[in-house]
Write a protein that binds this ligand. Structure first.
Ligand code: ATP
Length: 600
């Protein structure tokens, strides 16, 4: 029994009907085909009952005269034709529904991909890739039961019920009422049972979430748990969550299980047949109906069980599909990054990056950066220093347009970043960030990500500059090694690969956010030298945690609590005798005031 997420029905229905809008009309056609087909496949049962009536009626000469009765063969031929046509229509309906399912699946995946291509890059840093995978893969798959099966199952059930109702009521209304009674009773019991257990649904969902959290906590902290020998405590959390869930599950399942079992038993063919025969015998004894006229009820009523049971199962799946549809809708409604309104702009190669009166907050309330003004001049290196949490990385992300500032603006060559197409922007601005992201591809492709046309010589040259070439050629497949498969690289090595990628791109502006954070001391020196060579003639912003690595920068900015506290060259800042000077004089930068909050 799977958990059905609690959803607000009108919102959920809206989400489903919006998602299915492109195929809704054709889904209804599929349902009509399946419904008509099912009704046609049941017609031979009426023919059998009719022929049996003829065969057993002495007035018509009985079974021996059946072959010579004029309309018998057309009835047989007609019912066989109906059976064949019915099966063809049902197959066509099912095939159409599956084709539409394929169509909507690819339509939704493309729509999500297109949307994700337009959302701010900062949106991804705040999210686990699992969330996107859930919507793109799992949720789209969950919709399968809705598109490929639900509509046709409804069609088949309606077809069967309509045929049975008309035919059986035309035969004898009293027997029709008795024979069809188990079916509405079944739905009544199911809806009562569902309502009774839905009161405990929230506790069920919360119990499930507690287990998930306990598992994630346990797995994520396994190294800490093992090294501190607290396995017992970590397992106790999990055990408590499981015990809590078991109780919630019992409350949820108790009213459901027995009621559902009774309801399902009510519409098994043998029970329906038993009811028809018991009441049929009684009605015959009362003289209300001829025994031969019971045949239509014996044949048709049990045949309703299969489609209606299927309908009840698929309705249960519908709860999951509803939750999936809502999550897909939410992803498709993710706000997009504003797109340039003007035509593509020709940016000068050597270009100035200017930040004017910039403020930004992640939550729309607490400002992380306020009133920032700064200019990165071509051919100069600007260093940003400050304590952990001061807003340095946020500034770097805004310069890369991972998101837009709340107030103020950033211009490149005098043009607002919002007016520059992202492809053009990232040709001009290269970056190396703290958290390195490589794609699941060869090292060659990873380095050439921004310039697919680069030759192997150029790729190797960039890797040499970034001090990672020797490491790559030491791998069994060298530059063809695939990241995460046969290229298991350390944090420092991954960072050097991303530096090589930025170098190959040869951008006019370079943003380095603690680009050597994951390198060891020896490598850091090599990378610093490579970056210094590479930085010449470019507009560079470097975020650093050690003052000695930025003392030669053309301009140094000290940020704290989201605003610029001091700025100037190393000499100017020392001469002012402010905070920077105190830190420098303290000498041991990592132990200074700036580092009190963590590593800078
Ligand atoms: P560090 O030197 O430790 O990297 P930093 O100076 O680069 O720190 P930022 O990463 O810019 O600081 O963070 C500034 C503030 O913004 C911090 O309070 C941080 O908690 C918050 N912050 C950073 N990223 C996000 C995010 N994606 N969503 C919400 N708040 C964030």
């Amino acid at each position: 029994m799977s958990a059905a997420p609690a959803t607000d029905p009108p919102v959920a229905e809206g989400a489903i009907s919006q998602l299915l809008r492109p195929i809704r009309g054709r889904l209804i056609v599929a349902a009509i085909l399946a419904g008509l087909g099912t009704a046609l496949t049941l017609l031979p049962l009426a023919a059998i009952a009719y022929l049996a009536g003829l065969a057993l009626d002495p007035a018509d000469g009985g079974v021996w005269a059946l072959g010579s009765t004029a309309h018998v063969w057309p009835v047989i031929a007609g019912s066989l034709a109906c059976l064949m046509l019915g099966m063809i229509l049902v197959s066509l309906g099912e095939m159409l529904a599956h084709l539409l399912d394929n169509q909507i699946t690819s339509h939704l995946r493309l729509a999500i991909t297109r949307r994700l291509g337009k959302v701010p890059l900062g949106w991804f840093t705040a999210r686990a890739s699992g969330e996107v995978k859930q919507a793109m893969q799992d949720d789209v798959d969950t919709l399968h039961s809705l598109t490929a099966h639900f509509y046709t199952t409804v069609g088949r059930s309606l077809g069967a019920v309509s045929f049975a109702t008309v035919y059986l009521f035309a035969t004898d209304w009293r027997m029709a009422v008795i024979s069809l009674l188990p079916f509405p009773l079944f739905f009544l019991f199911v809806s009562r049972a569902t309502r009774a257990s839905s009161a405990n649904m929230q506790a069920f969902g919360a119990g499930m979430a507690r287990i998930n959290n306990a598992v994630v906590e346990f797995v994520n902290g396994i190294t800490v748990v093992k090294s501190f020998g607290i396995e017992g405590k970590a397992q106790a959390n999990y055990r408590e969550a499981v015990d809590g869930f078991a109780l919630a599950f019992e409350d949820f399942a108790r009213p459901l299980v027995s009621a559902m079992a009774n309801a399902h038993a009510l519409i098994t063919p043998v029970v329906v047949l038993g009811i028809v025969l018991a009441f049929g015998t009684l009605f015959t004894w009362l003289g209300w109906i001829e025994a031969i006229d019971l045949l239509p009820f014996v044949l048709v009523a049990p045949s309703l069980c299969a489609p209606l049971l299927l309908l009840s199962y698929i309705t249960h799946d519908l709860h999951n599909a509803t939750g999936a549809a809502l999550r897909i809708q939410q992803l498709l409604a993710t706000p997009e990054l504003a797109r340039p309104t003007a035509a593509a702009i020709d940016l000068p190669a050597r270009t100035e990056l200017q930040v004017q009166n910039l403020s930004y907050s992640y939550d729309g309330e607490t400002p992380v950066l306020s009133n920032i003004d700064l200019t990165l001049r071509p051919g100069t290196v600007t260093a940003v220093v400050g304590p952990s949490g001061a807003g340095k990385s946020t500034l770097a992300r805004l310069l890369l347009r991972f998101f837009d500032p709340d107030t103020g603006r950033i211009t490149l060559g005098g043009v607002d970043l919002r007016q520059i197409d992202s492809t053009q922007l990232y040709r001009h601005i290269g970056f190396v960030l703290q958290d390195v992201r490589l794609i699941h591809a060869s090292l060659r492709d990873n380095i050439a990500l921004g310039r697919a046309s680069a030759s192997l010589d150029e790729i190797e040259q960039a890797a040499r500059l970034a001090n990672v070439h020797e490491r790559i050629i030491a791998l069994p497949r060298g530059y063809d090694s695939v990241v995460g498969e046969d290229a298991q690289l350390s944090g420092g090595e991954l960072q050097r690969v991303s530096i090589a990628r930025a170098m190959l791109l040869d951008p006019a502006v370079l943003v380095l956010d603690e680009a050597t954070a994951a390198a060891d001391a020896e490598n850091e020196v090599h990378i610093q030298q490579a970056l210094s060579r590479f930085a010449q003639g470019r507009t560079v912003l470097v975020i650093a945690h050690r003052l000695d690595t930025v003392m030669h920068a053309d301009h140094i900015i000290l940020i704290d609590h989201g605003s610029i506290q001091e700025q100037g060259t190393h000499a100017q800042l020392l001469a002012t005798g402010g905070r920077y000077a105190r830190l420098w004089q303290a000498g041991d930068y990592p132990n200074t005031e700036l580092a009190e909050h963590g590593r800078c």
